[in-house]
Ligand binder design. Sequence first.
Ligand SMILES: Nc1ncnc2c1ncn2[C@@H]1O[C@H](COP(=O)(O)OP(=O)(O)O)[C@@H](O)[C@H]1O
Ligand SMILES: [Mg+2]
Length: 124
Amino acid sequence: MATDGTAKIVRERRGAQPLASLLDNAIDAAAEGPTPDDPRVGVRAWADDGYVAVAIEDNGPGVPEELRARIWEPFFTTKAVGRGTGLGLDIARHIVVEQHGGALTLDTRPGATRFLVRLPVARA
Ligand SMILES: Nc1ncnc2c1ncn2[C@@H]1O[C@H](COP(=O)(O)OP(=O)(O)O)[C@@H](O)[C@H]1O
Ligand SMILES: [Mg+2]
């Protein structure tokens, strides 16, 4: 069921882009540490009462509290020039929240960061 919901959303215009952006970020973060020799990224999806939830998790450094509001701003990046555009989260939030009426939330501490996407399951 979660798989059906996910399939539906990814068929929507730009529906898969947020998931790809979050996965890119998770891979970057996991490689940064605190255990860069053991980078871990997880993706889980499940059905949740009319929504499909997708969690993208990593064991990277986490988002420091003072940056948690700013990471959603367009062009905000902590990555090297030429590596980060700072647009991934801005666009992801636009697509998930504004275009699809879903929610995008963050739960983070050093070594355990989770971005959670909740998308309404489109009716067939
Ligand atoms: N999984 C994550 N772990 C730690 N920091 C993150 C994570 N995802 C995003 N960030 C922070 O949010 C910033 C903005 O992300 P994003 O909008 O995707 O732009 P970019 O990846 O081009 O920097 C990143 O530069 C990084 O500081
Ligand atoms: Mg990014």
